[in-house]
Design a protein around this ligand. Structure first.
Ligand code: GDP
Length: 419
């Protein structure tokens, strides 16, 4: 059929002469979003004491994690990884956010951390499964989305390369979740050490082919977004500090930070650490991208693999217009292909059977020949034995010559002469 459109998309560009209102659509979305609020699910992974709860409380400027009891130094090492989650409804400028933070206590705390990634991967996949099950329900009006939108992975500020546990974790999970690796407690390294450490981490991440979440710009982005993305990208992996306390600056003002004998380190200073860039990416500029990436890329891949493994077949024709003539032709072709396939299978089975019969016949022929050969050998042996016996028997009954007869008679005489 000939297309009536002037471009490849199938629609003509028309000039409008007045305002009709659809340009307000983004505002409608905005209003609805503000009314309904958002969900955001973050997972934090890192050994205990690395600063997970402090960072989350700092990020959201609220006590999401309440004070945890610190383990005594001589406590037994924790066995295995636990998964716990807590939700909080927070509001900023009238916009509601249902934040869920999933914690993974015990990760990296055991003596053997080889499989520490496993319960976390299982938890992420079970959330995908739960979503898939809801999607497949007849009534899909209320789907609750508990999928993890991002994992903040806390890298210990060792100054060396990534540890085996870090590499294993990221390699196992990078195709299932948006990974945001961060250098924790960045204030424990000098600026130079930190710079070198970040370079090493990035090199390790690239070397092991680990995908981490990075903002990408495309042709539709404005200059400001492109610049924002570039400056976020330049700080990855973010080296951050967290603090729930406020400290006093020399000028008397109070800031969130950590105090040291040599001075203070400010959480929200871009010169001191990358906390602001991390917060910008997670909450201010890329939250929707993280959610989209989870939904469109990571979940979609998981779903496809899962359905294929369950025996579902990809149907590329779902979105085509229904045309009965085309449909009948397609059905006929499908039937023909099915018949051809069956015929092919039957021929193959027949050929296989013939081959089997042939090889069986050949085998019994060979067996017969071998038996015949064996019997022939036995018979030949028997024959030569008989020939030998015959020869010997003939030799014993051979008729005597007249001379021999004379000698025998003489001997006989002599015998009787003795009586
Ligand atoms: P979690 O077990 O991973 O949740 O760790 P916490 O957040 O409870 O932090 C453990 C300890 O590290 C606490 O004493 C925090 O004050 C401290 N801490 C947290 N973040 C930082 C940081 O960025 N730098 C430094 N030096 N200490 C931190």
């Amino acid at each position: 059929m000939k297309s009536t459109s002037g471009n490849a998309g199938g629609a003509q560009k028309k000039k409008m002469h007045g305002y009709v209102g659809f340009s307000n659509y983004p505002n409608q979305i905005h209003r609805r979003s503000v009314k309904n609020g958002f969900n955001f699910t973050l997972m934090v992974v890192g050994e205990s004491g690395i600063g997970k709860s402090t960072l989350i409380n700092t990020l959201f400027d609220s006590k999401i994690f309440s004070d945890r009891e610190e383990l005594p130094p001589n406590a037994d090492p924790i066995k295995g990884v636990d998964i716990t989650s807590m939700s909080a409804d927070i509001q900023e400028n009238g916009v509601k956010l249902r934040l869920t933070v999933v914690d993974t206590p015990g990760f990296g705390d055991s003596i053997n951390n080889e499989d520490a990634w496993q319960p976390i991967l299982e938890n992420i996949e079970s959330r995908f499964d739960a979503y898939l099950a809801q999607e497949n329900r007849v009534n899909r009006s209320k789907i609750s989305d508990n999928r993890i939108d991002a994992v903040i992975y806390f890298v210990k500020p060792t100054g060396h390369c990534l540890r085996a546990i870090d590499i294993e974790f990221m390699k196992r999970l990078h195709t299932k979740v948006n990974l945001v690796p961060i250098v924790a407690k960045a204030d424990t390294l000098t600026a130079k050490e930190l710079e070198q450490f970040k370079t090493k981490l990035l090199a390790d991440i690239n070397y092991h082919g680990i995908q981490i979440f990075k903002p990408v710009s495309d042709e539709f982005d404005d200059a400001e977004t492109v610049a924002d993305n570039r400056s976020i990208l330049s700080k990855i992996p973010f080296a951050v500090i967290g603090s729930e306390k406020f400290v006093e600056r020399p000028d008397g003002t109070s800031v969130r930070g950590r105090s040291y004998p040599w001075g203070i380190i400010e959480v929200e200073s871009e010169e001191h650490n990358d906390f602001m860039k991390l917060r910008q990416m997670l909450l201010r500029t890329h939250m929707e991208e993280l959610k989209d990436s989870t939904d469109i890329v990571l979940y979609e891949n998981y779903r496809t693999q899962k359905l294929l493994s369950m025996g579902h077949v990809q149907d590329n024709g779902v979105f085509r217009e229904y045309n009965p003539v085309v449909q009948i032709e397609e059905d006929r072709r499908a039937h023909e292909a099915k018949m051809n396939k069956m015929e092919g299978e039957m021929t193959a089975v027949f050929q296989q059977k013939v081959q089997e019969k042939e090889s069986k016949l050949k085998q019994s022929e060979e067996e017969l020949y071998a038996r015949h050969k064996e019997m022939k050998t036995v018979l030949e042996k028997q024959r030569s034995e008989l020939d030998e016996k015959k020869r010997r028997a003939e030799a014993t009954v051979r008729p005597t010559t007249p001379m021999e007869q004379q000698t025998t008679k003489g001997k006989k005489k002599n015998i009787f002469s003795g009586f």
